[in-house]
Design a protein around this ligand. Structure first.
Ligand SMILES: Nc1ncnc2c1ncn2[C@@H]1O[C@H](COP(=O)(O)OP(=O)(O)OP(=O)(O)O)[C@@H](O)[C@H]1O
Length: 241
């Protein structure tokens, strides 16, 4: 079913339906991402965000479904846990399956600030460092599309801020299209060019983030946008506080 996107879109999804037994999770979903666009995907727990990501990544072999999906040739996927192989050193994980010399891998590790950890074992790294290795592993494949499922969900707040900065910088430099699944409304507004809310199997909200950079929680427009998204997610907006 998956085909390759034309030059005009990095992702094109039309009429995507996915069900688990009687449970229709995606119900005729339509979505387009432009090349280089950074898009955040929000949605209540169980709304189907990971199901959509897996469909785009071609990882949902057993699921009943229909619809059209077009993605680029080079797609990378990042998950909440880094999924590094513990029996390979850091550099081995980065270049796994590429059959290339380590030079590209070392350059990618340098980009995420881990040039000196190439020979370490994954178990010797902190959670944040492991996620940086996972980013390097994605980068070295020069993806046209990066699919990220809560990649910072397990990190502490400070490490998360640093990872945000790193991801923005890497996006600026390499310009893949990004689809970032997150529970964190502020993370979505800080990072993305465009924010989507998935509800009842479709994209219920699709808004560009027009806030000036650097995006600041002090900007009243940030709060307006946050309230709009929280409203769409059925969360108290705190407007009366
Ligand atoms: N392999 C599966 N078998 C049966 N049901 C599944 C399977 N995978 C997902 N589901 C169901 O599909 C629905 C959507 O799941 P999905 O993981 O896509 O949601 P999500 O929006 O990513 O949730 P969360 O934010 O909690 O991670 C849920 O009701 C889930 O129980």
């Amino acid at each position: 079913m998956a085909t390759h996107a034309g030059l005009t879109a990095a992702v094109r999804v039309s009429g995507l339906r996915r069900r688990f037994g009687d449970h229709l999770v995606l119900d005729g979903l339509d979505l387009e991402l432009a090349p280089g666009e950074f898009v955040a995907l929000l949605g209540k727990s169980g709304s189907g965000k990971s199901t959509l990501l897996r469909a785009l990544a071609g990882l949902d072999y057993d699921t009943g479904g229909s619809g059209e999906i077009a993605v680029p040739h080079r797609v990378s996927v990042a998950f909440q846990d880094s999924r590094l192989l513990p029996w390979l050193r850091v550099l081995g994980n980065v270049v796994l399956g590429l059959g290339k010399a380590g030079e590209l891998g070392r350059a990618a590790l340098a980009e995420v600030g881990l040039a000196d950890r190439a020979r370490a074992w994954p178990g010797e790294l902190s959670g944040g460092e492991q996620q940086r290795v996972a980013l390097a592993r994605s980068l070295v494949r020069e993806p046209e599309l990066l699919l990220a499922d809560e990649p910072f969900g397990a990190l502490d707040a400070l490490t998360r801020i640093k990872m945000h900065e790193l991801l923005r910088a890497l996006h600026e430099r390499h310009r893949p299209a990004v689809l970032l699944v997150t529970h964190d409304v502020d993370e979505a507004i800080e990072l993305a060019d465009r924010v989507l809310v998935l509800d009842r199997g479709r994209i219920a909200v699709d808004r560009r983030v027009e806030l000036p950079a650097p995006r600041s929680l002090r900007d009243p427009a940030f709060h307006e946008f946050r309230d709009l998204l929280r409203g769409a997610l059925g969360v108290e907006t705190g407007a009366a506080a």
